[in-house]
Design a protein around this ligand. Structure first.
Ligand SMILES: *[C@@H]1O[C@H](CO)[C@@H](O)[C@H](O)[C@H]1NC(C)=O
Ligand SMILES: *[C@@H]1O[C@H](CO)[C@@H](O)[C@H](O)[C@H]1NC(C)=O
Ligand SMILES: *[C@@H]1O[C@H](CO)[C@@H](O)[C@H](O)[C@H]1NC(C)=O
Ligand SMILES: *[C@@H]1O[C@H](CO)[C@@H](O)[C@H](O)[C@H]1NC(C)=O
Ligand SMILES: *[C@@H]1O[C@H](CO)[C@@H](O)[C@H](O)[C@H]1NC(C)=O
Ligand SMILES: *[C@@H]1O[C@H](CO)[C@@H](O)[C@H](O)[C@H]1NC(C)=O
Ligand SMILES: *[C@@H]1O[C@H](CO)[C@@H](O)[C@H](O)[C@H]1NC(C)=O
Ligand SMILES: *[C@@H]1O[C@H](CO)[C@@H](O)[C@H](O)[C@H]1NC(C)=O
Ligand SMILES: *[C@@H]1O[C@H](CO)[C@@H](O)[C@H](O)[C@H]1NC(C)=O
Ligand SMILES: *[C@@H]1O[C@H](CO)[C@@H](O)[C@H](O)[C@H]1NC(C)=O
Length: 754
């Protein structure tokens, strides 16, 4: 065990080393998580949360390309809107164009091209080399994109714009997008404008429209619109023209010079706004290089430079910065671009979904991007003002889908208890949460779960209010019940802070209702007591805790089983521990999650369970072992995510392991793990920072906490609070070693509902 003196000496050394500045964007692998189910978007996102996400759309048999991209297959367009890291079904892939060789006789033909070599990308830049010799380089701004084409010498360059282009889904689940119409007009000077309207996708959205405005750096030698009738494409070759309708339509442009630049602005409001967005962000003389360096600067100053480590190990640097980058690709900041209502509040879309992100993404979002986070919270409340409910998921300006609870409640509670105020109207914020807690959302009759709303709110609220649990007349009854309990705990937190004691008491009570699904006689693998389905007459329905049926929309548990969901009332852990049978049984049950292969690091419902050892004195070291195991599943490479990125949820999970803390969402508590690096500094804004320092550590062999000082004081609790290290900054100094030490003998982490 190293002495405290050694640790203080290391602190000084690390501070000196920290002066060597690291350009975070140099370490980002934009292809992290693009293979093996990560579904990350590798294309150009010019700033955190930029509205434009410009990249290739790839087809490969009947494989869904969730972010447009697939590592193998043909490219069939380069489009301006994508979502990163999601499952369900592909969304967007709209405002596309495709460079084509030769004179176009049939604009409706299949122009897809194999790649001549693998795509290349870095922050702010993307390049594809097509088999026909065309090279495509991309850069962007928040609302516009620049396509730089190089056609083979002596060829006849063309660009085909097909408004009907939208990412398909082959899953057959009814979640595919549809093109439902558009317009396309070419002006005398060669520029064009138009719009496309699309619907459906995973969130079952009605028609929504995107407007565009495009300009080239050369006058086209020929330009015409086309519209297809049946399978025949009719081209209008008379020059300036305008087409609209619900058929496949668009434009064809031919050029003389083989070096062509194409720039396009988009808007949700109008073609005029699309042109204004283009003209204000990319002018005729804006170079690709300028846009790339602007994008890198924004990513560095707004995200990547917020976290500094002193190591020179390039694989660590790549993993850290690729993860930070991947965390901030969505949601999309669409302030000033909301077609739904007029408001001076910020507007964010592409929340996909809080079911994924509320556990550990949003709490890191607050720390790294506090300005955007406050805007984001205001936007959620404004969506409630105008759409009646906050989203659990949202895209194309439409709330949907709800997998479990109304988890925006947890997000607002987490922000509230950590002091996020600014311009947020918290009276409205609490009213929005109360809508979730008290108003049954209208049923949208989702074919996958027709019992109640999957659009927003809490569909199973009637049972929750009547019985204090959810009967099987509602799908996903048990998993929804645990989440409703955590949602109600969120209301308790905010009601307490707003000095509403009656409401606080009501929701604290309700936050305990997860207990009503607890069947003490349900047994599995030597353990008794699990959350099970419960009938209206109060009797428990027999259920093997290891079996969740289909684990899907129509089942009692969604995407995980009773072993996992039984651990998820994280505001009531002391009671949970008591029901499980005390410390030893609790530790054994956590062990079994791993020993029996129940835990899946790629699935969000289990995210917090590995660290609940911190609720038993002296057992913090087991949480560290789990943390190291989870960390070992990640890498900076294409297959570096152990599951869908899920809008950055997966990346944020790893980042917390690196920091060595775990957020208990909705509370100010952070469970203590063990940091990865000798020195990490997180810029908290307002001239404050968190410094995490360790000595004696080695990633795979020496990671057990031997001792800890918080702000210089010896620490024996397996947790810290927001006030300790984040509110005003702070220092965590660890001594790590290669064998477990039962150092965490102090006060247990709070169980506020117990
Ligand atoms: C393409 O079409 C234009 C106009 O019809 C014609 O002048 C040109 O020769 C054609 N080029 C090729 C390669 O066919
Ligand atoms: C387009 O052509 C490519 C290459 O022949 C083929 O792989 C692909 O399936 C075609 N796409 C469509 C939508 O027919
Ligand atoms: C195309 O022509 C340019 C200018 O004549 C020349 O520099 C370039 O090498 C040529 N590219 C190819 C691929 O032949
Ligand atoms: C279009 O072509 C498809 C496949 O070749 C065919 O099944 C369909 O009937 C055609 N539609 C029309 C309107 O001709
Ligand atoms: C061009 O074509 C469009 C539609 O096909 C037609 O409405 C328009 O009158 C034509 N313009 C000229 C100048 O012929
Ligand atoms: C970088 O760190 C990783 C993870 O600890 C380790 O496997 C690798 O050997 C290190 N590389 C170098 C060059 O030290
Ligand atoms: C969000 O977008 C609006 C409009 O473009 C901009 O004013 C605001 O600064 C953006 N927010 C952040 C955090 O960048
Ligand atoms: C809380 O629950 C208890 C027990 O079910 C009940 O007696 C009490 O009235 C409830 N309080 C509120 C404020 O709902
Ligand atoms: C309670 O309801 C369940 C499901 O409807 C039924 O199977 C069970 O027999 C009932 N039990 C009692 C005691 O009525
Ligand atoms: C941060 O520190 C600088 C330099 O000491 C000072 O000028 C600035 O006002 C401080 N900002 C805040 C928000 O305290």
């Amino acid at each position: 065990m190293l002495s405290i003196i050694a640790s203080v000496a290391a602190l000084h050394l690390s501070k000196a080393a920290a002066d060597i500045s690291v350009q975070g964007s140099d370490h980002v692998n934009v292809f992290q998580g693009t293979r093996g189910g990560g579904n990350r978007f590798p294309g150009v996102v010019a700033a955190p949360f930029a509205m434009v996400k410009l990249g290739p759309d790839v087809e490969s048999g009947r494989t869904d390309a969730y972010s447009g991209y697939l590592p193998t297959g043909n490219i069939w367009g380069f489009s301006m809107m994508h979502e990163s890291g999601t499952g369900g079904a592909p969304k967007y892939g709209v405002v596309s164009q495709m460079p084509v060789l030769g004179n176009i006789t049939n604009p409706g033909a299949n122009f897809s091209q194999p790649r001549a070599s693998p795509d290349e990308g870095r922050v702010g830049y993307y390049k594809s080399s097509l088999a026909n010799g065309i090279t495509v380089e991309l850069a962007a701004t928040e609302h516009a994109g620049l396509y730089s084409y190089s056609f083979p010498n002596g060829s006849s360059p063309s660009v085909v714009i097909d408004v009907s282009h939208v990412l398909p889904s082959f899953r057959g689940l009814g979640w595919e997008q549809h093109y439902s119409g558009g317009s396309f007009g070419i002006f005398d000077d060669g520029h064009y404008t138009g719009s496309g309207t699309y619907n459906n996708g995973w969130n079952l959205s009605p028609d929504w429209s995107i407007y565009f405005c495009g300009k080239f750096n050369q006058r086209p030698s020929r330009a015409y619109t086309f519209v297809s009738r049946g399978n025949t494409t009719v081209s209008n070759k008379n020059g300036t023209s305008w087409v609209m309708g619900n058929q496949r339509l668009g434009g064809v442009f031919a050029f003389a010079d083989t070096n062509l630049q194409s720039r396009v602005g988009i808007s949700f409001l109008s073609t005029a706004k699309a042109c204004a967005n283009l003209d204000s962000e990319i002018t005729p003389d804006t170079s690709l290089e300028t846009l790339i360096s602007n994008a890198q600067r924004r990513w560095n100053t707004e995200v990547l430079d917020k976290v500094k480590i002193t190591t020179t190990n390039s694989s660590d640097l790549q993993l850290l910065y690729s993860s930070l980058y991947g965390m901030f690709l969505i949601p999309s900041n669409r302030s000033g671009e909301n077609p739904g209502w007029t408001s001076t509040e910020p507007y964010y879309d592409d929340i996909f979904t809080f079911w994924d992100t509320h556990r550990c993404h949003t709490s890191l979002f607050q720390i790294i991007q506090p300005i955007a986070y406050e805007e984001f919270i205001r936007s959620l409340i404004d969506i409630w003002r105008h759409d009646s409910f906050m989203p659990d998921a949202r895209s194309s300006n439409f709330n949907g889908r709800v997998q479990g609870g109304s988890n925006a409640d947890n997000v607002l509670a987490d922000a509230f208890v950590k002091g996020v105020r600014g311009a947020i109207n918290w009276a409205d914020g609490f009213a929005a949460m109360q809508t979730d807690a008290e108003v049954v959302p209208p049923n949208n009759f989702d074919p996958k779960a027709p019992d109640s709303s999957t659009k927003e709110g809490r569909g199973a609220l009637p049972d929750w209010l009547q019985y204090g649990y959810i009967t099987p007349r509602f799908t996903r009854a048990v998993s929804r019940a645990v989440e409703y309990a955590t949602n109600d705990f969120g209301l308790y937190q905010v009601a307490t802070g707003l000095k509403k004691p009656a409401e606080a008491q009501r929701y604290l009570n309700r936050s305990r209702n997860w207990r009503n699904h607890w069947n003490p006689s349900a047994t599995s693998e030597g353990h008794s007591g699990f959350l099970v389905p419960r009938a209206a007459n109060g009797s428990f329905i027999p259920q093997d805790p290891k079996d969740c049926g289909g684990c899907y929309w129509g089942d009692a548990y969604y995407e995980d089983n009773a072993w996992i969901y039984s651990m998820n009332a994280i505001h009531d852990v002391a009671e949970l521990k008591r029901r499980i049978g005390g410390d030893e049984r609790f530790v054994d049950r956590l062990d079994k999650l791993f020993d029996l292969g129940i835990f899946n690091a790629g699935n969000e419902p289990g995210f917090t369970s590995p660290f609940l050892y911190n609720f038993v004195r002296g057992m913090q070291w087991k949480s560290v072992e789990r943390s190291r195991y989870i960390g070992s599943l990640y890498g900076a490479g294409e297959s570096g995510l152990p599951g869908n990125s899920d809008a950055g949820a997966m990346e944020s999970n790893l980042l917390w392991q690196m920091i060595g803390l775990w957020p208990m969402t909705g509370q100010t508590t952070f469970l203590i793990l063990a940091p990865w690096f000798e020195s990490m500094t997180i810029d908290l804004g307002r001239n404050k920072s968190l410094s995490v320092i360790s000595t004696g550590g080695a990633r795979d062999t020496s990671y057990y906490v031997q001792s800890l000082r918080v702000n210089g004081q010896p620490w024996d609790k397996a947790w810290v609070a927001w006030e300790d290290i984040f509110a005003n900054g702070g220092t965590l100094e660890y001594v790590l070693g290669d064998s477990p030490v039962g150092w965490s003998t102090g006060e247990l982490p709070p169980s506020p509902a117990s």
